[in-house]
Design a protein around this ligand. Structure first.
Ligand SMILES: Nc1ncnc2c1ncn2[C@@H]1O[C@H](COP(=O)(O)OP(=O)(O)OP(=O)(O)O)[C@@H](O)[C@H]1O
Ligand SMILES: [Mg+2]
Length: 237
């Protein structure tokens, strides 16, 4: 579904992403972990085509990610919601529905609003929303098109416990439908039961790649929490 080969990005003197390669298969739910500044968001933005790569290849179903044909295959949720201040909640979904040419969008939007407690906020302007509400609208915009691939950059940040649970449930449903999810997060306990595989980044490189169980076995004989595993693989030499 997604193939990333030798991807690089340099910001002045910072090597934000340093020659990473990986493949996500259809139906994979893959967590992208790593300390602050590891290069997770930079990677996500390049895959989404919002940030120019220095070099490397990114393909979705064999199609270059910058081609329009690839754009309809995925949605991307940025780590900070980017909403239009003067559009209402519902107008955001309408806008996405037009962009992705979605039928029955109102029905789908209503279902999402109910799941995310936004039903009675539909006519509020984005600028009137709380931080968590903005994040929920951003997630709803990412879910509405029902694409094959979801690129979610720290989707749980700012969400209340109910919305976190709802998001986890939705990930499970999408995974059951064979959709591919690439999700960066710092909430390690949310990863453990959700992700088939984790990629751990540090200093722009992938330093671990595998399913949680085998990574645990490799590093600590299967003992300990994912948190301990994370701290072990990302510690400074
Ligand atoms: N626009 C930019 N200009 C210059 N440097 C940048 C820019 N964006 C990111 N960087 C640098 O690139 C590196 C990777 O940043 P990135 O945002 O990808 O990290 P991250 O893994 O998403 O971290 P976090 O967990 O804090 O979200 C950091 O050293 C950061 O300072
Ligand atoms: Mg980030």
């Amino acid at each position: 579904m997604l193939k990333v080969n030798n991807l690089n990005k340099m910001f002045k003197k910072t090597m934000a992403v340093n020659g990473i390669s990986f493949t996500l298969n259809k139906g994979d739910v893959v967590g992208l972990l790593g300390p602050n500044g590891a290069g997770k968001s930079t990677t996500m933005k390049m895959i989404a085509g919002l940030l120019r790569k220095d070099y490397g290849d990114i393909e979705m179903d064999g199609i270059n990610n910058n081609l329009l044909k690839a754009k309809s295959k995925f949605t991307y949720i940025p780590e900070v919601p980017e909403l239009y201040e003067m559009l209402t909640v519902k107008e955001h979904l309408h806008f996405i529905a037009d962009a992705y040419d979605i039928d029955n969008w109102e029905e789908k939007a209503t279902k999402l609003f109910k799941r995310y407690d936004l039903y009675d906020k539909q006519d509020k302007l984005a600028k009137e929303l709380s931080k968590g509400m903005k994040q929920k609208v951003s997630i709803c915009c990412g879910l509405l098109p029902e694409p094959e691939l979801y690129l979610f950059d720290e989707p749980m940040i700012g969400l209340d416990p109910k919305a976190i649970r709802e998001t986890k449930l939705i990930f499970k449903e999408l995974s059951d439908q064979g959709k591919t999810i690439f999700v960066s997060t710092h909430l390690l306990d949310s990863i453990e039961n959700l992700c088939h595989r984790v990629l751990v980044m540090k200093n722009g490189r992938i330093i671990a790649d595998g399913d949680v169980k085998s990574l645990k076995n490799k590093l600590s004989n299967g003992k300990g929490s994912l948190e301990e595993l994370f701290l072990e693989v990302t510690k400074d030499e």
